[in-house]
Design a protein around this ligand. Structure first.
Ligand code: UP6
Length: 275
């Protein structure tokens, strides 16, 4: 599937959230997801309004990072999602037993399942985490991403861990639409009896930067060309490369950087197609 166009994959995908994401990517010519990791609501919404035209997906600040969160954040985010046509991905990284994650996903203050088209989870609890999240998300036509490979230095998500994560996804292709990973995952860990027909996992890759190679806390960056053209990933997730590292946000500059990453990501996809 990594050799197919996003458009062909959109036509075939059976999960509604995955299909909607691929369709938006084609329509807006973007495989960019901006990771809006800021702590103030006004900055959060201003950045999203500025980058909206250039993204297919807004990766929400882990919602619990916002210091002045209230219900209007979600309402305004949803309005921006309609205005600019992007999907919402809550990077919640669930990591508990099925029953607990079902409560965390549907309830509490944030009620993530109500507004996030896509969320994600660690594979460490085993298949029960997918069962728990699917009990809430599937009826709402949501999609789940599993963390198969992390971008940070020394991550333990390698070898058989990654293989088992892919097996968990393969067993629930109705709900698990792809991975946070650094490479493509189709066929990984497959057994002879597995049916791999139409296996199409979306690969969302964080750790993307055009200028920096990393940060002081173990983050590692690769360029869109490496991530999309060479490694076959589908969506680039960019945070500080777009909104910077200072406390003051310059919205014009943020917009310029978003445009720059959109172009780089789309060119990388086009050169993958022409390979
Ligand atoms: N993220 C990673 N690596 C992973 C998984 N998730 O960096 O393996 C998330 C981080 C952050 C974003 O939690 O929100 O992606 C990357 O931001 P950055 O571009 O500013 O480094």
């Amino acid at each position: 599937p990594h050799l197919c166009s996003y458009a062909d994959r959109a036509d075939k995908h059976k999960n509604p959230a995955a299909r909607a994401l691929l369709q938006l990517m084609v329509k807006k010519k973007t495989n960019l997801s901006v990771s809006v990791d800021v702590t103030r609501k006004n900055d959060f919404l201003a950045i999203i309004d500025a980058v909206g035209p250039y993204v297919c997906l807004i990766k929400k600040t882990h919602i619990d990072v916002l210091e002045d969160y209230d219900q209007t954040v979600v309402e305004e985010l949803q309005a921006l999602s309609k205005k600019h046509e992007f999907l919402i991905f809550e990077d919640r990284k669930f990591a508990d037993i099925g029953n607990t994650v079902a409560l965390q996903y549907s309830g509490g203050i944030y009620k993530i399942a109500n507004w996030a088209h896509i969320t994600n989870a660690h594979a460490v609890p085993g298949p029960s985490i997918v069962t728990g999240l699917a009990s809430v998300g599937l009826p709402l036509e949501r999609g789940l991403i599993l963390l198969a490979e992390m971008s940070s230095k020394g991550a333990l998500t390698t070898g058989t861990y990654t293989e088992e994560a892919v097996r968990m996804a393969r067993a629930r292709r109705d709900f698990v639409i792809g991975f946070i990973a650094q490479h493509r995952m189709e066929g990984i860990g497959a057994r002879e009896t597995d049916d791999l027909t139409d296996e199409d996992f979306l690969i969302l890759s964080p750790g993307v930067g055009l200028d920096a190679k990393g940060d002081a806390m173990g983050q590692q960056y690769r360029t869109p060309a490496v991530v999309v053209t060479e490694c076959g990933c589908d969506v680039i997730i960019v945070g500080r490369g777009i909104f910077g590292t200072g406390r003051d946000i310059d919205v014009k500059e943020v917009q310029k950087q978003a445009q720059r990453y959109q172009t780089a990501g789309w060119e990388a996809y086009e050169s993958r197609l022409s390979k």
